[in-house]
Design a protein around this ligand. Structure first.
Ligand SMILES: [Zn+2]
Length: 114
């Protein structure tokens, strides 16, 4: 199995209004805050069918992870928004949410522009 961890950016950002952006380490555990490299074990990946809304394409991918430190299991949900312009896709933003072990959305964690 390929290393799913490599499919996600290490850092995402939360806007702080006029003070710029606060970086968040996406590979740190959201439960125990352990931020050692490779503390998250990426267990599986689940992709959902893409949705087309006007000239934008929305793609959702869930990554199930388990923390090697506290054993917590949760999902990192990546939602990609792409502009579709004359059959050329351009990625504009990736949003990241955390879902609990049962798939309940716990809210937005941050975003990154690619
Ligand atoms: Zn943990």
């Amino acid at each position: 199995m390929t290393n799913l961890s490599n499919e996600l950016p290490d850092k995402i950002y939360v806007p702080l209004g006029r003070r710029g952006f606060h970086p968040i380490n996406l590979k740190a555990c959201v439960r125990c805050f352990n931020a050692e490299r490779f503390v998250l074990n990426f267990i599986e990946k689940k992709e959902y069918p893409a949705e087309i809304i006007d000239n934008a394409k929305k793609e959702i991918i869930d990554y199930k992870v388990q923390c090697k430190n506290c054993n917590a299991i949760y999902f990192i949900r990546m939602t990609l928004f792409k502009n579709i312009d004359e059959n050329k896709e351009e990625q504009i933003i990736a949003n990241f949410n955390i879902l609990d072990e049962n798939g309940n959305d716990e809210g937005w964690l941050g975003s990154t522009y690619i």
